[in-house]
Write a protein that binds this ligand. Sequence first.
Ligand SMILES: CC(C)(COP(=O)(O)OP(=O)(O)OC[C@H]1O[C@@H](n2cnc3c(N)ncnc32)[C@H](O)[C@@H]1O)[C@@H](O)C(=O)NCCC(=O)NCCS
Ligand SMILES: Nc1ncnc2c1ncn2[C@@H]1O[C@H](COP(=O)(O)OP(=O)(O)OP(=O)(O)O)[C@@H](O)[C@H]1O
Length: 200
Amino acid sequence: MARLRIGLTGGIASGKSTVADLLAECGAVIIDSDLLAREVVEPGTDGLAGIVSRFGDQVIAGGRLDRAALGRIVFADPQARHDLEAIIHPAVRRRAAELEAAAGPDAVVVQMIPLLVETGQQNAFDAVIVVDVPERVQRDRLIARNGLSGQEADARIAAQATREQRLAAATVVIDNSTDLADLEQRVRQVYRELTGEPGC
Ligand SMILES: CC(C)(COP(=O)(O)OP(=O)(O)OC[C@H]1O[C@@H](n2cnc3c(N)ncnc32)[C@H](O)[C@@H]1O)[C@@H](O)C(=O)NCCC(=O)NCCS
Ligand SMILES: Nc1ncnc2c1ncn2[C@@H]1O[C@H](COP(=O)(O)OP(=O)(O)OP(=O)(O)O)[C@@H](O)[C@H]1O
């Protein structure tokens, strides 16, 4: 079991990956659920076979998962999203547990889980960090990063817990509404407070 187990969450495009990169620089071991959710649907996996049997060949391009095509389907249809999650989440959780066990007894482990609140994992960690931005900032960054329409961005935001629900689950809130230099200072301070290590 790791020395300190931290859950990291936040709404889509709130800045979780950016915060995770900064925590890694401080020495944390990062377990990224989005990355694992990609690994478990690589060609040849049971995950990809399950997706093809549920959604058909329309979500395959060049032998791989067409993520944009699947995204258009599942963010417009809650039942489809639920079915996809039922295929992917168990495999992601197994892999995350393996990686955490491999991290060793002294590690500070950060599990980055976009759907931490939605999947009821708020009490599964020593601390839960929520990366927080106002919805307007979140929406603008999502549109800029993913090239989505306003309507598509709204659908993705609506597929997640509300800002208030996430804040209610937080033991630590990191505000990411200003610039990256501010964010870096905040993340370093949170790391020092949570670990008691002066170094970061
Ligand atoms: C629908 C998919 C193919 C779209 O892929 P795409 O490359 O466009 O997005 P990516 O995987 O990088 O996810 C980006 C963000 O979307 C949000 N998101 C992803 N899946 C979901 C979901 N099921 N419900 C709500 N939000 C989601 C998260 O904030 C995530 O960080 C993909 O997101 C997916 O397979 N989702 C189901 C698995 C899942 O629940 N992943 C989230 C954490 S395990
Ligand atoms: N403080 C900031 N100022 C300006 N842009 C930022 C800031 N923080 C993050 N960004 C940008 O906003 C976008 C979203 O950030 P990031 O990818 O870290 O979010 P995320 O929460 O990991 O997203 P997802 O939920 O989709 O995985 C990125 O393009 C990132 O470069």
